[in-house]
Design a protein around this ligand. Sequence first.
Ligand SMILES: Nc1ncnc2c1ncn2[C@@H]1O[C@H](COP(=O)(O)OP(=O)(O)OP(=O)(O)O)[C@@H](O)[C@H]1O
Ligand SMILES: [Mg+2]
Length: 125
Amino acid sequence: MKEVVAILRRQKVADTRQALADIGYPGCTLLSVHGRGKQGGIGGILGEIDPEMQKFLSPEEYLFKMDFIPKRMYTLVVPDEAVPKVVQTIIQTNQTGNIGDGKIFVLPTDDATTVRTGKTGDKAL
Ligand SMILES: Nc1ncnc2c1ncn2[C@@H]1O[C@H](COP(=O)(O)OP(=O)(O)OP(=O)(O)O)[C@@H](O)[C@H]1O
Ligand SMILES: [Mg+2]
């Protein structure tokens, strides 16, 4: 099994969740993160800065915050054979062609256990 870790635009999470559920992968973990890619955060779309946060920042702090763009880390663990389909679905849902569309990492995962049933491995997913 593999963990697919996708760093996405915040406004793309709902569509991503729906698209992955539609192909049979409803389970996920969502984290709020700040990140920077090739552009080092600069070049991020201004609209991506949380408007609530902007109100409390001085210009200097605002520029500093631009160094790290708010993103969502969307992770799910899936059987090995599901990885291409899951990655393709995330691309289809998130690709706009603009910088900052996101990044997908695929990580090895040793095992999984469902606490309620004690099932392990792919049966736990
Ligand atoms: N090498 C990396 N390691 C860990 N996280 C990364 C890495 N590159 C990007 N990220 C994360 O992914 C997010 C989105 O990255 P982004 O889409 O800007 O990638 P990019 O490589 O700069 O591509 P693009 O040129 O299309 O913007 C970043 O804000 C950061 O959280
Ligand atoms: Mg980038």
